[in-house]
Design a protein around this ligand. Sequence first.
Ligand code: SF4
Length: 757
Amino acid sequence: MTTSDASDASDASDASDAKKTSPAPKQADNLLLQRNGPLTRELLLTPGEFGLGRVPARLKPDQTTTVVCGFCSTGCGLNVHLKDGEAINLSPNTDYPVNLGMACPKGWEALTPLRATDRATTPLLRNARGKLERVEWDVALRTFVDRFKAIQEAHGKESIAFISTGQIVTEEMAFLGALAKFGMGMLHGDGNTRQCMATAVVAYKEAFGFDAPPYTYRDFEESDVVVLVGSNLCIAHPIMWERLCKNKNRPEILVVDPRKTETAMAATAHYALKPKSDLTLFYGIAHILIQRGWIDPGYIEAHTVDFEAFKAHVADFTPARVSEATGLSEAQLASFAEKIHNGKRVSFWWTMGVNQSHEGVRVAQSLINLALMTGNIGRPGTGANSITGQCNAMGSRMFSNTTGLFAGHDFTKEEHRKKIAGILGIPEEVIPTRNSLAYDQIIEGILKGKIKGLWIIATNPAHSWINQEDLHELLGRLEFLVVQDMYATTETAERAHLVLPAASWAEKEGTFINSERRIGLVKKVARAPGQALADFHIFQLVAQYWGCGELFKEWKSPEAVFQILKRLSKGQPCDITGIDGYTMLDERGGIQWPYPEGAAFETNERRLFEDGQYYRPDQKAKFAFQAPRQLPEPTDEQYPLTLLTGRGSSSQWHTQTRTKKSAVLQRLYPKEIYVELSPVDAKRIGIEMNEWVVIASRRAEIKARAFVTNSVKPGEIFVPMHYEITNKLTFPAFDQYSRQPSYKACAVKVRREEDRG
Ligand code: SF4
């Protein structure tokens, strides 16, 4: 920001601020108030409202204010320090109930990616020579509308789709979902949350009747037995790990993971099972608990259904069978069950090691079953607890209007469509009556020639999607690919026909919902560069250009949309009608859903199901189960090793779109891609530490540096997901219910670089 930019920071603001501070609005402010009127260049370039402005006038130029972190689902509160209207630094908020004064390296460095030199600053349109060139917003928006409408006219409304994200604020997700489905006539739209949370969503819905993670972070501090499954909490969710370290009960920490992760090393017991034998393991643990009478019959009787069928199902999962399948000894299995039995407050936590599986829904439910049958739910320190990934994965689950209608409603139910149409004041006919295709089915739709146009918002599938090379080829088949992102340099943006430059976290307002259902506030504390606009404003403009602006005349600002979301949630399990607005969220340190109108505010850390009442029609939780299925791509003679993928360090975030912009973070992780392999396999193949090796799957080959370590067992290797080429190797298998990709296990081989395979 220049000195002159800073000097007028106090009078640049959004429209509501302008109304408060200026009794006689200037011309620019008048334009801002005409949001549903014709778009003008002046309107686009007006400071403030459309993302080009400085810090809003509601913040003083030299104050410290609190925002929620924009990386992971922990949702830490960060104090941002402003000087002359510019965010110059930040520190963790000691009063925020999530992080209590702590932050991980990403949080400390959260402002750095905003200042990267490769920010997208103007719209870019691919020209006849195949190069992306700068264009005016007006050209970009007209092209967007003309090309997508032309595709719809030629191939039908369903021929364009969108892929959204867990990284933008809830109000923007909601706007996008409403705009695409109600305004632009799209049926198909999904989010990158399909890659991380879809399994938990489906598991909870079937078991509890609603997608409802039941816990609060205080449960980490109150358990006496903590079971972590497929979760390297130390590095993936470091602040949750810190909360666990504050537990005064000296808890047993049981880690279930094929790798000896940092978390497994710190655990009291590590169960290094064979990859994807987890479903068999948990059925085996249930078998032992039932056999020994270590269950809670009173809770089962009063609050659950289908236990007897489940009991019959697990009768065959004898210790001998389970030991054979998992590679764990019968003594380990007995000890695992005994530790659960001995615990008074047992909590079960899982993340991607469970969700990203060919049978993830059933694995998640096998953990829910253990919590239910032992009565470890609805009390302090208990629960069947899915930890989410992205900062707003939970917002996406409730309000993105992608695979489910707003606030847990159902597109296929007429009464739900009628209700939502009534609340939004829109014709019922604009609401689709069918569900969208899932992410992988949208990709498959490109292959089949059914999807011809795609709008990708704040996500980078060219890096993150499973079996990446297939996707690269398919993106090239699209007639029109629009990427809306804060950088024009992502692997996906580089393939776009049109790039729309977006403001980042902290350059706009809105809310995130974290893993424990806490709605936290994000504020605009920095200006977006060049002509980058908040996603919210891009959606407003698209609505105007598309000709459906009338449907969104009430969607004037993020906070106005928050009020709409409140109405949509009324009477649902995620009811938030008791939250007045952003000021209340700010003052209370975020508020967990549900928070219905008239709710008493006794504590800011609440868990669900304390009354044993679930959201199914009979108010009981359901035992769901199914026979384990074979690994989609087991090892064989040709590909004898199992590839595990996951997070590399707490300084890396997903596709590294942002974390690689920070020199500080870059010093905290290996720059070059590496593969962990066991000393046994290294010796067999003749590989030395740090040597370049080739990893081959049936789909591709990549090179990586060898890191020889006992953290992986013989027969298994591990490659972090953050490196651009990792997903060239992964096998495209999906959970049959959640359609979540199974990133965690496929067959590969490794050779020295100079050897021929
Ligand atoms: Fe941000 Fe997550 Fe780190 Fe907290 S743990 S500072 S939310 S990245």
